[in-house]
Design a protein around this ligand. Structure first.
Ligand SMILES: [Zn+2]
Length: 505
């Protein structure tokens, strides 16, 4: 990725031998790069200015192992060894660890975790921006247990706001910025319980339309078109598909009536043709369900996460009072659930590119950028002393050299293993057609472990690979970014960025 501040690393690591400066002692390049890191750390100064703008980047399921492997994958895509590479946000001055549990779950879900980040209080798994007093799947009224979100508070303060996701716009993470729901599945009216409807509660897509804080969400880009129109109506892109709404309301049309100056787009051609400087409100719904993986994006005629980030910031920056933007790399999580590391890493690389786009379009003097994850996954990066520069998606090789080659690492039965594996999920040997004998692993010698849809090996057979309960990372730059250090409870992130914005609840 161009523009990254890692030139000094590439320079230092290009030489494995000691370099000799003219007329002086040999200097170890590692010593030099260590000194450079010290000087950068000493030059850090806390910025206590008000954050006019806040951007929250959320990598769904972006565990620390995911970031680590994606950094290597990204470097290797450019022909580098990989380990020394830095993703855009890894150059941020401050970072910390985040505890992700929900009030009722050690291993959490996206709804409870994102609610904590958006409202400042922890809640139960499956709940969208309601407090812990609510019971899952039980809605006692349209505003019962509601907790104001960072995006709502920014709207009330007159700021511009935006939500971007590669998942459905109504999916748990983006929904937690603008909606409140006792069940994350209530994305359209047909998905709701009769009891909830009778109590006056409304689905998440309709809540997007009726969002009443400030002048409404200014930019919303993602998938999930099906939740915005009825079963009696054909989809614009796929005429053989219909909407998901039982009430047959056309929320896209209603949004256009609400915002006569607004622009609605559903494919990349329309998206790139927009005159963003004249656009005040933008709604983009690029797929009936989730948007496609970055690896498959072009065939789907969809914008990338970084393109959506650039468009959103161009619009939001027009507001003199500032903006609040949430950008989700939502499908890192989906690739992991499928046991598919390559797409998870590729999604993470595009997510990092979107962060770089935001860095390029903002100033750290007045814009706080936070990059974090809602929860982890079981991806593991391991092996018995694996050689430097080993293809990250390949089989593990040792550091010794035998017959001019690095030996393939083997298990107790003589079978090779990959560096990337999952603790559980669909990559269990049995699903590859391997014998059921306990501990008899599949033979990876003839398997292309770097194929786009290859499922990495898993120990425990599950249909869908699971989340992990491990801490995730947070990276921050800009005003008050020095608060984002140490081991932090996830709901405290909200209190930190609200303090940076000098907004009150
Ligand atoms: Zn998930």
């Amino acid at each position: 990725m161009p523009g990254f501040m890692n030139g000094w690393i590439a320079g230092a690591l290009a030489f494995t031998a000691l370099s000799v400066a003219a007329g002086s002692e040999p200097v170890d390049p590692w010593h030099q790069s260590g000194q450079a890191a010290l000087h950068r750390a000493l030059a850090k100064q806390a910025n206590t200015a008000r954050a006019k703008n806040v951007i929250v980047f959320l990598g769904d399921g972006m565990s620390i192992a995911t970031i680590n492997a994606a950094r290597i994958y990204d470097g290797q895509q450019r022909g580098e060894s990989g380990e020394e590479n830095q993703l855009s946000f890894e150059t941020f001055p401050y970072s910390g660890l985040v505890k992700t549990y929900n009030t009722d779950a050690m291993v959490p879900d996206s709804a409870g975790t994102m609610s904590a980040i958006m409202t400042g209080v922890k809640t139960k798994a499956g709940i969208v921006s309601l407090d812990d007093g609510v019971s899952y799947d039980q809605c006692d009224g349209p505003t019962a247990h509601n907790v104001a979100t960072g995006l709502e508070l920014a709207e009330r303060a007159g700021k511009a706001t935006g939500v971007i996701s590669t998942t459905r716009l109504t999916h748990a993470t983006p929904a937690a910025t603008y909606a409140h729901s006792a069940n994350r599945e209530w994305e359209n009216d047909a998905a709701m319980s009769a009891a909830a409807r009778e109590n006056g509660c409304v689905d998440i897509a309709l809540q997007f339309l009726t969002f009443a804080s400030g002048d409404g969400v200014d930019v919303a880009l993602g998938g999930g078109r099906e939740n915005f129109f009825g079963r009696a109506q054909a989809d614009t892109e796929y005429p053989d598909k219909t909407g998901a709404r039982a009430d047959n309301n056309d929320l896209i049309n209603a949004w256009q009536m609400q915002h006569p100056q607004g622009q609605y787009v559903w494919n990349r051609e329309q998206f790139v043709a927009l005159d963003l400087n004249k656009t005040k409100k933008l709604l983009g719904l690029f797929e009936p369900s989730h948007m496609r993986y970055e690896s498959d994006r072009e065939s789907g005629n969809e914008p990338s996460l970084s393109e959506m980030t650039k468009a959103a910031l161009t619009i939001l920056k027009q507001n003199k009072k500032g903006y609040f933007l949430m950008v989700e790399g939502g499908r890192i999580d989906h690739a992991h659930h499928g046991g598919n590391a390559r797409n998870a890493l590729n999604e993470t690389v595009e997510f990092a590119r979107a962060v770089q786009t935001a860095v390029d379009l903002s100033s750290d003097k007045d814009t706080l950028i936070i990059v974090t994850a809602d929860h982890g996954h079981t991806l593991s990066l391991a092996g018995d002393v694996v050689r430097r520069g080993n293809p990250i998606l390949g089989l593990a090789q040792g550091i010794e050299v035998e017959h001019d080659e690095h030996p393939i690492r083997r298990d107790l039965n003589g079978k090779p293993y990959a560096i990337l594996n999952y603790i559980n999920g669909p990559g269990f040997g049995e699903l590859f057609g391997a014998p059921k004998t306990a501990y008899d692993r599949i033979d990876l010698s003839q398997v292309d472990t770097s194929a786009w849809l290859h499922r990495q090996e898993a120990l425990i057979p599950l249909k869908s690979e699971s989340h992990s309960g491990e801490d995730v990372a947070v990276y921050a730059r800009g005003p008050w970014s020095h608060l984002f250090t140490g081991t932090i409870e996830q709901h405290a992130l909200f209190h930190f960025y609200l303090h940076a914005m000098q907004l009150n609840k």
